[in-house]
Ligand binder design. Structure first.
Ligand code: NA7
Length: 546
C-alpha cells in the first residue's frame, strides 16, 4: 500500500527537488506538521527513514511495547471526526494498536502522497545567498527548502552497548528499536536481555512468558511501578469519549500535560498514616500517578524522596521471593522518580520464575559478547538470542547524526557542545529557517500534547512569515542566551538533574556524553505555552525577521 501511495522519489541522478518546507521525520510531530502546513498552501515534502509512518511507534516493535500514558490522552486532539471514529481497546494500548491508529491518521488525511519513505537525511546545509536549506539523503537525493522542520523525535537514535565482540555473536540479536517486522518467537530459546530501562522492563516481562530461559543483565535497576492496564469495553469507550472536552482541558492545565498532576501538599505535611495510605492508593492506581501525581516535593526534597523510595522498596521486597534478588532490584544510586519510572505488569514476579536469572553486572561485569553468548567476569553464558534494550542517544543524538550546518558553515553539533542552546526549544541562532519540533529544551511530558502545541505555534509563525513576506527567520543570539539560561535555572534544585540518565543527556555508549547536562525544559507546560504566546503576541519578539 505504501509503495503505491507514497510520494515518488526521483532517481538519484535527478535534479534537486525544491520545496517551501521539508519536514524530517514522519512520526507524530511530522505527520501533524504536514497537515498544518498544507493548510498554509505550502509545497511540503516529508522525508522519513522508515518504510511507514509512526516514528517511535513504527520503530519500537519489541515484545511488550506499549503506552505508559492513557491511550485516549495520548492521541491527537485536533480533529473531532478522528476522535469520534477511533476506539481504544485498552487504557494503555500496545504498540500494534498505536501504529494502526497512526496509519489510520495517515490514511484519513491522505498524508503519504507528501511523504518519501526510506529517506534517511545525512546533511542539511544553509545557504545565505539563496536563503534556503540543501538537504541530502544517504542514497544521494538532494532537496532544497526555504524552511527545514526537524521532527526527529527525542528518543530516536538507538545506541548499542560499547561491549567488545557485539558483532561476533552467531545467534539472533537485535536492538529493541530495530525490532523486525515479522513475529519473533522465544519458545524453546535461551534469551539474554541487556538493559533494564522502560524498554527492558516491558521486554523482559513479555519474553519471560515463553522463553526456555531468560537471563537479564542489569547494570542499574530502576524504580518501577504497576501499570494496571485494563481493556476498554464499548460502553466505557463511549463514556471516555463523552468526557474528551474535560480531559483536554485537564491536560492543558496539568504540569506536564498528563491526566495526573502533583498533589499540592508536601510529603511531611500529612501524618505518617495518611502518607502511607496515599501511597498505597497511588501504587494501586493505573499509570503515572505515583510519579507525577505524588506529593509536590518528592523530586526536590531529599527526605521526601527517601521516604517514597523506601515505600517502593518495601513493595519490591514483598513481591520478590528471594531477598538477595530483591535487593539487587532496588536502586541504590538514585531515588524514586529521579529517572523515568518504568511502568510494569508483574515485572518483579518474573524474578520468582525458574526460567529467569538476574545477573548484576556491577558484581560480575560483562567482558565481551562471544560467538556463543556473553562472557562475564565469572561465567560464560550461551544464548540463542541477545536483545539489546540499551536505549538511545537522547534528545540531541538524532541531531548529532545529521551534518547540520548553519551560517558560515557552523555545525550544530559544535554549537551545542556542552549542551543545547535554543530559543523556546524551537530555533537556534546561526541556523536560520530551521524550526525544531520536540527539539531540546522542550518539556517531555505527555508528548502528543506538547507536539500539538509546538506544531501549532510553528505553523502560526510560518503564517506570519507568509503574510509579512518574510523569507528569513533567525533567533536573536540574546534571545537564545536568555531562554537557555532560563531552562538551566529551572533545573536548579531538581534531584532528577543529579542523576545519570538519558534525561540528563548521559549515555555511556556515546563518546562525549558522560557529563550531565540540562537538555529539557523542566518548568510547567502552561508556563511554557504562556511564554510562547507572549513571544507571538509581541510580533515574534526574539526572532530576527527579514
Ligand atoms: P534507557 O532508559 O536509557 O535504558 C537503557 C538501559 O540499558 C539501562 O538499563 C542501561 O543501564 C542499559 N545499558 C546501556 N548501555 C549498557 C552497557 N554498555 N552495558 C550494560 N547495560 C547498558 O532506555 P529505554 O529504551 O529503556 O528507555 C528510553 C525511554 O523510551 C524511556 O524512558 C521511555 O520514555 C521511552 P544504565 O541505566 O545506563 O546503567
Amino acid at each position: 500500500m505504501d509503495a503505491v501511495q507514497q510520494a515518488e522519489p526521483r532517481s538519484q541522478t535527478a535534479a534537486t527537488q525544491d520545496f517551501e518546507a521539508v519536514i524530517v521525520g514522519a512520526g507524530m510531530s511530522g505527520m501533524y506538521q504536514l497537515i498544518r502546513l498544507r493548510e498554509l498552501g505550502m509545497r511540503v515534502r516529508v522525508l522519513e527513514a522508515g518504510t511507514g509512518v509512526g516514528g517511535t511507534w513504527y520503530w519500537n516493535r519489541y515484545p511488550g511495547a506499549r503506552f505508559d500514558s492513557e491511550s485516549y490522552s495520548y492521541q491527537f486532539s485536533f480533529s473531532d471526526e478522528l476522535l469520534r471514529e477511533w476506539d481504544w481497546s485498552e487504557h494503555f494500548a500496545g504498540q500494534p494498536e498505536t501504529l494502526r491508529y497512526l496509519n489510520h491518521v495517515a490514511d484519513k488525511f491522505d498524508l503519504r502522497r507528501d511523504i518519501e519513505f526510506k529517506s534517511r537525511i545525512v546533511s542539511a546545509h544553509w545557504s545565505e545567498a539563496t536563503r534556503n536549506w540543501t538537504i541530502a539523503t544517504e542514497d544521494g537525493r538532494r532537496y532544497t527548502a526555504r524552511f527545514l522542520l526537524t521532527a526527529l523525535g527525542p528518543l530516536s537514535a538507538p545506541t548499542m552497548p560499547n561491549i567488545p565482540g557485539v558483532e561476533s555473536f552467531q545467534g539472533e540479536s537485535c536492538h529493541t528499536a530495530h525490532w523486525p517486522h515479522e513475529p519473533v518467537s522465544f519458545e524453546g530459546k535461551r534469551v539474554a536481555v541487556i538493559g533494564t530501562g522502560a524498554t527492558g522492563v516491558q521486554t523482559i516481562q513479555e519474553v519471560a512468558k515463553t522463553a526456555k530461559h531468560l537471563t537479564v543483565f542489569q547494570r542499574t535497576p530502576n524504580w518501577c511501578a504497576p501499570l494496571l492496564n485494563a481493556r476498554i469495553g464499548k460502553e466505557e469507550m463511549e463514556r471516555i469519549r463523552a468526557g474528551y472536552p474535560e480531559m483536554w482541558q485537564r491536560c492543558l492545565e496539568t504540569f506536564s500535560c498528563f491526566l495526573h498532576t502533583p498533589e499540592p501538599r508536601k510529603t511531611f505535611e500529612v501524618s505518617a498514616e495518611e502518607r502511607e495510605a496515599f501511597w498505597e492508593k497511588l501504587y494501586a492506581s493505573p499509570g503515572f500517578g505515583i510519579w507525577v501525581g505524588n506529593f509536590s516535593d518528592i523530586l526536590t526534597n531529599r527526605e521526601a524522596n527517601a521516604a517514597i523510595s523506601d515505600f517502593v522498596a518495601r513493595k519490591i521486597r514483598q513481591r520478590v521471593k528471594d531477598p538477595k534478588i530483591a535487593e539487587k532490584l532496588i536502586p541504590k544510586n538514585h531515588g524514586f522518580g529521579t529517572r523515568r519510572v518504568p511502568l510494569e505488569t508483574k515485572y518483579y514476579e518474573v524474578y520468582n520464575q525458574d526460567n529467569v536469572t538476574l545477573v548484576d553486572i556491577n558484581e560480575t561485569p560483562i567482558e565481551r559478547i562471544t560467538p556463543a553468548g556473553i562472557k562475564t567476569s565469572d561465567a560464560e553464558y550461551e544464548f540463542d538470542m541477545i536483545i539489546y534494550a540499551t536505549g538511545f542517544d537522547a534528545i540531541t543524538g538524532s541531531f548529532d547524526r545529521i551534518d547540520i550546518q548553519g551560517t558560515d558553515g557552523t555545525k550544530l553539533k559544535d554549537r551545542w557542545k556542552g549542551g543545547p542552546k535554543t530559543f523556546l526549544g524551537v530555533m537556534v541562532d546561526g541556523f536560520p529557517n530551521m524550526l525544531m519540533l520536540m527539539g531540546p529544551h522542550m518539556a517531555l511530558g505527555n508528548i502528543p500534547r506538547s507536539i500539538e502545541h509546538n506544531v501549532d505555534w510553528v505553523t502560526d509563525l510560518l503564517r506570519y512569515a507568509q503574510s509579512h513576506n518574510l523569507t528569513r527567520l533567525e533567533a536573536a543570539p540574546e534571545a537564545v542566551r536568555e531562554w537557555t539560561d532560563h531552562v538551566l535555572s529551572l533545573g536548579d534544585g531538581l534531584l532528577t538533574f543529579e542523576v545519570n540518565s538519558w534525561m540528563t543527556g548521559v549515555n555511556s555508549n556515546v563518546e562525549g556524553k558522560q557529563v550531565r547536562i540540562i537538555n529539557r525544559y523542566a518548568g510547567s507546560a502552561p508556563a511554557y505555552r504562556a511564554r510562547c504566546d507572549e513571544v507571538a503576541a509581541k510580533g515574534y519578539e526574539g526572532i530576527l525577521q527579514a
